[in-house]
Design a protein around this ligand. Structure first.
Ligand code: UD1
Length: 367
């Protein structure tokens, strides 16, 4: 009698998950004795927020789509839990691999932990220490339940140890997003974008905003928009608008018509990388963009009060500037006059996924 082949179930939920899962799926192909199951929760569902990434990264069509869609935090989390529990009971995976900090990440970790299926968390240990951020709650819960904690930087290890995680469960493997970035950087040329935006290398800014704390609060959103318009007077600003932000723009009747401001729909990965890799500066409230700009050596101003990614500040090109217009504009001028030195954190080297795959393989095969 032969043993059932071991299976790792990966959870894809929202846009920032794709660039983290893709290199891990690829690296695990080096281990033919382990099967892989891809579950898309459907937290993000638009072509521009989900489908485009499957194609760009050459990911297989997900084996299962839970089609949970948008909803309140409780509704979305509950739908992922109900759907994934059925999948886990039917397919009996040997390990559930989750990435990042979206609602689908936490929901999947809870389901797997209750079914006594080992959980691996990629991007473990990041903390903003700000529980007003839904992602912080997701990070804390997921890490508490995970059996294997893959961290990107020493601060993450320290956070986990301070919370009582077992040292042997922590594996510092580096930043898996940078694997994807380095893979696609050679094709991310500004020429791809020239037909759409009249841009010159190093002479424009890129802006993204989608955090509820920034776009759901009308006063903060208006304030940030004024700063973006002011920057547009100094250099062209490309601003791909997240669906949450688009909804809010309509609701508040905000005027986005301003000189130098180039609004766009959400972009695919390679198009967006083409923009950021060739920009003078990036202004954003995104988590991933802080890391990507650090790896690219492009100055980044983070329009939040805190960051869960301090290595991008201590080692990289990031500066956390909050949402006060005067502070943002002063930092903008300073960063242009004296761009930060690039010093990518250790292990953000494009080889994180093979390190993860080796640990996962060892864990499921007992090797
Ligand atoms: C989610 C993640 C956030 C991540 C972000 C990246 C949580 C708590 N938040 O936030 O960490 O940085 O994804 O995008 O998991 N919508 C669409 N089409 C879609 C998806 C969403 O139109 O494909 C619209 C809907 O109006 C929805 C809104 O965007 O209500 C917000 O989507 P949701 O997934 O709830 O949160 P995000 O803001 O995208």
């Amino acid at each position: 009698m032969t043993d059932r082949p071991k299976t790792i179930l990966h959870v894809l939920g929202a846009r920032p998950n794709y660039m983290k899962i893709a290199p891990i799926v690829e690296a695990l192909r080096a281990y033919p004795d382990v099967g892989q199951l891809l579950v898309d929760t459907g937290q993000h569902y638009d072509e521009a927020m989900a489908g485009v990434f499957l194609k760009e990264f050459g990911l297989p069509e997900p084996d299962v789509n839970l089609n949970v869609g948008s909803g309140s935090h409780a509704a979305q989390t509950a739908k992922v839990m109900i759907g994934l529990e059925t999948v886990c009971l039917e397919r009996q995976p040997d390990l559930v691999n989750v990435v990042g900090d979206v609602n689908s990440t936490m929901a999947a970790a809870i389901v797997a932990a209750k079914l006594r299926i080992p959980v691996a968390h990629v991007e473990a240990g990041l903390r903003s220490f700000d529980r007003a951020m839904p992602e912080e709650v997701n990070r804390v819960v997921t890490d508490r339940l995970a059996d294997i904690l893959f961290t990107p930087s020493p601060d993450a290890d320290a956070n986990l140890l301070a919370e009582g995680a077992a040292p042997q469960s922590i594996h510092r493997v580096g930043n898996v997003m940078i694997d994807t970035l380095l893979r696609f950087l050679p094709v991310a040329t500004l020429d791809r974008m020239r037909g759409r935006f009249p841009l010159e290398r190093g002479r424009y800014a890129v802006v993204t905003l989608h955090r509820p704390s920034n776009v759901d609060d009308p006063e903060v959103f208006r304030r940030l928009l004024d700063v973006v318009k002011e920057i547009g007077r100094r250099m062209p600003v490309v601003y791909p608008v997240h669906p949450r932000t688009r909804v809010q723009m309509g609701r508040l009747g905000l005027d986005f018509d301003a000189p130098g401001l180039l609004l766009a729909e959400p972009l695919g990965y390679i198009d967006f990388l083409s923009l950021t890799a060739n920009a003078r500066i990036v202004l954003s409230d995104s988590g991933g963009l802080q890391e990507e700009s650090t790896a690219l050596g492009i100055p980044c101003l983070t329009l939040r009060e805190n960051t869960e990614r301090p290595a991008t500040v201590t080692h990289g090109t990031n500066r956390v500037v909050g949402t006060n217009p005067a502070t943002i504009l002063a930092a903008f001028d300073e960063w242009l006059a004296r761009p930060p030195a690039r010093n990518c954190p250790e292990l953000w080297d494009g080889h994180t996924a093979p390190r993860i795959a080796a640990v996962l393989h060892r864990h499921v095969t007992g090797g």
